[in-house]
Design a protein. Structure first.
Length: 205
C-alpha cells in the first residue's frame, strides 16, 4: 500500500514572487526509502550531460518485508531527456507486484505525444513528468503527468520556507507529499503519506 501511494509516484497558498529555479544539476542522488524507522527500499537518480541534452535516470526499488519475507514489490525505472531545461522525452517501466506498465512520451512542438496503458494521447505542449528533482516544473508551473499512469495529475501546491534558507513544496490532491530544496535549489529531501496514514521518508544513502 505504501509503495503504491508513494511512487504512483503538486497552489494552496500564494507564494511571493521568486526567481525562476534552475534545472536540476548533473550529479547523483542516492536515497534510502524509510518507513517507521525501517528501510523498505532505495531510490537513485543520476543526471548527466549528453551534448546539449541532459539525461536523468531514475531507479526505484521498494520491497517492504515482514519477518524477512518480501510482502510487496515496486520497481520503477525511467530515463528522461531535457534540453535547456525543457522536457523532451521519457521512457518509463514499472513492475508492481508482477503487473507491468510501460509509458513513452515525447515533446512534438504543439503537444506531448504519450503512449501508455490507456493507449495513445496528446498532452499540452508544456506538459512534463513528475520528477521531484526538477524544481522549475513544480508549484503548478507546467501540467504534470505521472510516469506510472501516463495521465495528467490533479495536484495543489504550497511553498514553505525553511530556517536554513531552503524551501519545500507541499502537495495535496492525488497525493500528500513534501519535496525539499536547499538554498541552491538542489533537491535535498522527500516524504509522502501512505494509504495507511504512515509516512515514508527519504534519507541520504
Amino acid at each position: 500500500m505504501i509503495a503504491r501511494r508513494m511512487l504512483s509516484l503538486l497552489p494552496l497558498a500564494a507564494a511571493p514572487a521568486l526567481a525562476q529555479p534552475a534545472a536540476a544539476p548533473a550529479g547523483t542522488w542516492s536515497w534510502k526509502v524509510m518507513r517507521n524507522g525501517t528501510q523498505i527500499g532505495t531510490h537513485v537518480v543520476r543526471i548527466a550531460a549528453r551534448g546539449a541534452e541532459r539525461v536523468a535516470e531514475s531507479d526505484v526499488s521498494v520491497v517492504p518485508k515482514v519477518m524477512g519475507i518480501v510482502v510487496y514489490r515496486f520497481e520503477h525505472r525511467y530515463a528522461e531527456v531535457t534540453q535547456e531545461g525543457r522536457f523532451r522525452s521519457v521512457r518509463s517501466h514499472l513492475n508492481r507486484n508482477g503487473t507491468v506498465v510501460d509509458i513513452e512520451a515525447q515533446a512534438q512542438g504543439d503537444a506531448v505525444a504519450l503512449r501508455g496503458p490507456e493507449g495513445a494521447s496528446r498532452l499540452p505542449a508544456d506538459a512534463a513528468p513528475l520528477s521531484w528533482w526538477e524544481p522549475a516544473r513544480l508549484g503548478g508551473a507546467v501540467p504534470i503527468f505521472g510516469t506510472t499512469t501516463g495521465r495528467l495529475m490533479e495536484l495543489r501546491w504550497q511553498r514553505v520556507g525553511k530556517p536554513d534558507g531552503g524551501y519545500a513544496w507541499r502537495t495535496t490532491g492525488e497525493m500528500e507529499a513534501e519535496v525539499g530544496f536547499g538554498r541552491d535549489g538542489v533537491w535535498n529531501g522527500f516524504s509522502i503519506k501512505g494509504d495507511d496514514g504512515s509516512t515514508v521518508i527519504y534519507e541520504r544513502a
